[in-house]
Design a protein around this ligand. Structure first.
Ligand SMILES: C[S@@+](CC[C@H](N)C(=O)[O-])C[C@H]1O[C@@H](n2cnc3c(N)ncnc32)[C@H](O)[C@@H]1O
Length: 234
């Protein structure tokens, strides 16, 4: 079976250590990346909703609320354990009334067409078993003119940075990940999934194909991560 077919269980297994490891392995840069992704969103009106796809432990959702970009967020994910931790964090920060979390597959969501004024996804699309289906669904539920922001790992163009990055991802990160999460496969999966994924213009072409306009991207930290943006064609 394709490992992405069972991605919910993989994230269920590492949910308890996910946040700690994320911040440790990225040397805390992931917080800055989410801050930058959310900064590129326009502020929604009080009666509009934002959908955070692959919400996980809700870090992007919490950043949306912290920056006041939306007053209500719907978060969906396949992993109940990741969302359980997300819910605890939401409660701790007093945002229970501003967020609804739901178990849903991004590739076939139950929401009606044009339901959301904005759709976000941080480090999620790389994990979709069917990327095209996920992007099509994210566009379907976005209202015309609504903004989509995707944050995802990418690959550095500079050869020296790329060599250091390869070394870190192939040797250091899986080792620390295995020691701290006690899961042998999760962090070698991370390495494989990043290296085999598309980035830059190829991703922008896909976003245009599924129905977005004004598509563009900004690379972060030597191209290790990228923010993709677009608007649904009216
Ligand atoms: C790396 S985590 C990212 C979580 C969070 N967005 C963040 O910024 O930390 C990826 C998440 O994508 C979820 N996921 C993967 N495929 C999915 C799908 N088809 N539908 C919904 N969630 C999915 C996983 O369960 C996991 O929680």
């Amino acid at each position: 079976m394709n490992e992405k077919q069972d991605i919910g269980s993989l994230f269920d297994r590492i949910s308890r250590t996910y946040d700690r490891l994320n911040h440790l392995l990225s040397l805390n840069i992931d917080r800055r990346w989410r801050y930058r992704a959310v900064s590129s969103l326009a502020k929604l009106a009080a009666d509009e909703q934002l959908l955070d796809v692959a919400v996980g432990t809700a870090d992007l959702t919490l950043e949306v609320l912290r920056q006041g970009k939306a007053q209500h967020v719907v978060g969906i994910d396949l992993s109940e354990q990741m969302m359980k931790i997300g819910q605890e964090k939401i409660k701790k920060r007093g945002y229970e009334l501003s967020v609804s979390l739901k178990k849903e597959n991004a590739q076939h969501m139950s929401f009606a067409d044009n339901s959301f004024a904005a759709v976000t996804c941080a480090f999620g699309v790389r994990n979709f078993a069917d990327l095209d289906a996920g992007l099509r669904e994210m566009t379907r539920v976005l209202r015309p003119g609504g903004q989509m922001v995707i944050l995802e790992f990418s690959y550095p163009e500079n050869k020296v940075i790329a060599a250091l990055y390869d070394f870190y991802f192939t040797h250091i990160l899986p080792l620390i990940g295995k020691m701290l999460s006690h899961d042998k496969t999760a962090y070698t999966y991370l390495n494989r999934s990043v290296k085999s994924f598309i980035w830059g213009q190829q991703m922008c072409d896909k976003l245009s194909e599924v129905g977005l306009s004004n598509v563009g991207y900004k690379t972060l930290t030597f191209g290790i991560a990228t923010i993709y943006m677009g608007e649904k064609r009216g």
